[in-house]
Design a protein. Structure first.
Length: 135
């Protein structure tokens, strides 16, 4: 998943070197954003990919035991959540008509950061000291 999300292939990677790829990004994202039908289809595609990923994860033997279906489904949703967040980041920047010369680099950095957060198990995410434990 890390390679899929942060690797140097695909349309996003072409943006920095290819004006045609940039034109495609600037064309496709507004069309999807303006179409409830396309947004629904996009969501269905993500749901289908999540289900397929969960099945694949559940079928993989783990180090100690096979992954149960719930764990696989939770992991698949977390990984696809990173994918969705990166797609949304690209869409927001394209729709805001920002300069996209650093888009691929920024998305890779954010993807790496998000996957590291998942890798740490979200153990420290949003943890605040209790009122009585403040220093």
């Amino acid at each position: 998943m890390r390679t899929f999300l942060t690797g140097a292939t695909g349309l996003l990677a072409q943006v920095a070197a290819d004006d045609e790829a940039l034109v495609r990004l600037r064309t496709v994202h507004p069309v999807i954003a303006d179409s409830p039908t396309l947004r629904a289809r996009e969501q269905q595609a993500i749901t289908d990919a999540t289900t397929a990923l969960a099945a694949r994860l559940a079928a993989e033997p783990g180090d100690t035991a096979e992954t149960d279906e719930l764990t696989a489904y939770v992991a698949a949703n977390a990984l696809m959540g990173v994918h969705r967040a990166l797609v949304d980041l690209v869409r927001r920047r394209v729709l805001a008509d920002e300069a996209l010369d650093r888009l691929a680099t920024d998305v890779r950095a954010q993807g790496t950061r998000a996957l590291a957060l998942l890798g740490e198990g979200l153990a420290d995410y949003g943890v605040r000291p209790r009122a009585g434990n403040r220093r």
